[in-house]
Design a protein around this ligand. Structure first.
Ligand SMILES: *[C@@H]1O[C@H](CO)[C@@H](O)[C@H](O)[C@H]1NC(C)=O
Ligand SMILES: *[C@@H]1O[C@H](CO)[C@@H](O)[C@H](O)[C@H]1NC(C)=O
Ligand SMILES: [Cu+2]
Length: 141
């Protein structure tokens, strides 16, 4: 009886965990679609590259935004490395969300050229660190 209840409670986080699908380079554009998501600890975010050759790499909210550094800015940052769809292979990268902090990402390609063109992405932006402000910071970095 108790064992069964504990077993069911243990299952709840995995049942509620969500995978957020993000398309990278939709319609051959320099973009992440959607460009901002809200995710819970335990959720995953799967980035699928559907054109050209891009990365998703965490970076600073402000200051030196573009290009994101190899390895990404942490804590709990990430870097997909370059993922090329030039061969039509639709490569993907999955990040598991381990905290509730905001994470700002961008593409490293072209020495920051894609990032400055607005190829930016946010997980859990806040009212003080909004996606719109991050995008503006990237465009002027
Ligand atoms: C993807 O881009 C990176 C960085 O510009 C480059 O080093 C790599 O060779 C590219 N990959 C392909 C398959 O073109
Ligand atoms: C941005 O990230 C780099 C690491 O790439 C770090 O050295 C730098 O201090 C960070 N902060 C700002 C405001 O640029
Ligand atoms: Cu790119």
């Amino acid at each position: 009886m108790f064992a069964k209840a504990f077993f069911l409670l243990a299952l709840i986080p995995s049942i509620l965990a969500v995978d957020h699908a993000v398309t990278v380079g939709q319609g051959n554009t320099l973009s992440f679609t959607p460009s901002s998501i809200t995710a819970a600890v335990g959720d995953t975010v799967t980035f699928t590259v559907v054109s050209r050759n891009h990365s998703v790499t965490t970076t600073n909210f402000s200051g030196a935004v573009c290009p994101p550094p190899p390895g990404g800015v942490g804590p709990n940052g990430f870097d997909s490395g370059f993922l090329s769809d030039l061969d039509g292979s639709l490569p993907s990268f999955t990040y598991k969300v381990v905290d509730t902090a905001p994470h700002f990402g961008a593409c490293m390609q072209a020495a920051g050229g894609h990032c400055r063109a607005g190829m930016t992405f946010a997980i859990n932006p806040t009212t003080t660190q909004t996606y719109e402000q991050f995008l503006a910071n990237a465009r002027s970095s």
